[in-house]
Design a protein around this ligand. Structure first.
Ligand code: MG
Length: 158
């Protein structure tokens, strides 16, 4: 078994869609970034890279490459899943956390888990997604951005 973890941070910006866990969430602002800026999916994908000791997401999907401009981060996650399988591993389980002040994540959690389960070819029972607020403190609490974290356990396929 191998363990991996990652944190991703994106800033809120006007005129952008808010996409987290592959779900488009109705809100007055979105997240700034080269791809669709899906911080939660980035954290999960990078945690898998971490478990495989393959470096960070920026190494494989550089923001200087126009190929990844505005890309759906589920495509990035599927590509990371392919790299994981190629090296003889499958996802054991993942635990993901979003720190966001607004809007409420609860109505979207199931859809996020379904997206991750599909991209990683695993059962939804192996995917946990949680959210918490910043209680008005720090950049999360002031609504300036979001912070996402993921921890994964990979199992060697036999
Ligand atoms: Mg990111």
């Amino acid at each position: 078994m191998r363990i991996g973890q990652s944190t991703d941070i994106h800033r809120f910006a006007e005129g952008r869609k808010l996409i987290l866990g592959g779900v488009e969430i109705p809100f007055e602002k979105g997240l700034l970034g080269h791809s669709d800026a899906d911080a939660l999916t980035h954290a999960l994908a990078e945690a898998i890279l971490g478990a495989l000791a393959l470096g960070d997401l920026g190494h494989w999907f550089p923001d200087t490459d126009p190929k990844w401009e505005g890309v759906d981060s589920q495509i990035i996650l599927k590509e990371v899943a392919r790299m994981m399988k190629e090296r003889g591993y499958r996802l054991g389980n993942a635990d993901c956390l979003i720190l966001i002040e607004r809007p409420k994540m609860a109505p979207h959690i199931t859809a996020m888990r379904e997206n991750f389960a599909r991209a990683l070819d695993t059962d939804i029972a192996n995917i946990s997604v949680k959210a918490t607020r910043g209680e008005g403190m720090g950049f999360v609490g002031r609504g300036e951005g979001v912070l996402a974290q993921a921890v994964v356990l990979l199992e060697e396929e036999r």
